[in-house]
Write a protein that binds this ligand. Structure first.
Ligand code: FE2
Ligand code: FE2
Length: 315
């Protein structure tokens, strides 16, 4: 075979034509699926993303489309009017409120370490969605009502609480949540021990296997789900502080992060040691703004004589 100029031109024409044709095909397929998403509003993000990502190396335009689809998925699933979030607001309002606070923490921490802040916030909205099935078994929804765990054995309580992960995954399938959002449901607990019920069992003189009190996992696989695991535990711990000063909040946050690290919960994600300090500071900043002791406003009635009090009220 001789590489004459004409042969070379024909060869280049043939192969470039093939590559351009393939690129055009991929572009057209991703365009068609985008149009489908536009017109039918189906949960097609999962279907569109692989196609757009496949087309991405061939053309810079699909890269912009991937970002667009991801941003749209974030907006759609982060919208409080999403049917599953509406159910959470109505059926487990305490859990919804908790999820919004943890979402703020996760978003700030993700931003601090350069992770996907939108994904962290939206994923957090759904992390405890399984509590819809039995809201009264979770303290944030009890609001002064009887705690059903008071009449249960620790092992039954642990089974009931652990079920919110399985129930959450069922709901994720039912409402066709994208996988990247559904992953927050099992990974926010990883394989941690339900220590409250485990210690309750020890106090009763049972000989519990710690494994029986662990969530099924998996451990967090991404920085975003790991951040939500830390945010969830930090928020719950700080909530119990009597006088939550910034120093105390920071101390509790660091302890929580250290415990999760020691327990191996952060082994399968790619958070760095230097990220952990940035996360602790971001959590402390937000938690301090939420839980700092309020300034006591002076009571206008206090220290007044009855006559003067009457005069003040008459103004
Ligand atoms: Fe949970
Ligand atoms: Fe939670």
């Amino acid at each position: 075979m001789t590489w004459s100029p004409m042969f070379l031109i024909r060869w280049l024409h043939k192969w470039f034509g093939l590559v351009l044709g393939l690129q055009f095909l991929l572009w057209a397929v991703s365009g068609a699926t985008m149009a489908l998403l536009d017109h039918h509003k189906v949960a097609a993000e999962d279907a569109v993303l692989p196609v757009a990502q496949l087309a991405a190396p061939a053309d810079p335009l699909p890269l912009a489309r991937v970002a667009e689809v991801e941003a749209r998925a974030g907006q759609r699933f982060g919208d409080p009017a999403h049917p599953l979030l509406r159910r959470l607001q109505l059926e487990a309002p305490g859990t919804y409120h908790h999820s919004v606070i943890v979402g703020n923490l996760a978003e700030a921490a993700a931003e601090a370490v350069g992770a996907d802040a939108l994904l962290a916030r939206v994923g957090t909205y759904y992390h405890d969605v399984g509590k819809i099935r039995r809201p009264a078994f979770f303290v944030e929804n009890q609001m002064g009502t009887e705690n059903p765990h008071d009449r249960m054995t620790p092992s039954l309580s642990a089974l009931t609480v652990a079920a919110h992960v399985r129930d959450g995954l069922d709901l994720a399938r039912e409402y066709r949540l994208p996988e990247m959002i559904a992953d927050f449901i099992p990974e926010h607990h990883g394989t941690t021990v339900m220590s409250y019920f485990y210690h309750q069992a020890l106090e009763r003189g049972d000989q519990p296997e710690p494994g029986a009190y662990r969530y099924d996992g998996p451990k967090p696989q991404t920085r975003e789900t790991a951040i939500v695991m830390l945010a969830d535990a930090a928020e719950a711990a700080v909530r119990t502080l009597q006088r939550p000063t910034p120093d105390r909040i920071y101390e509790v946050v660091r302890r929580i992060i250290h415990e999760r690290l020691e327990d191996g919960q952060l082994d399968e994600c790619d958070l760095m040691f230097r990220d952990l300090e940035k996360i602790a500071q971001a959590f402390t900043r937000i938690l301090t703004s939420i839980f700092h002791p309020r300034i006591e406003y002076p009571d206008p009635d206090r220290d007044l004589t009855p006559r003067r009090r009457e005069r003040v009220r008459a103004r």
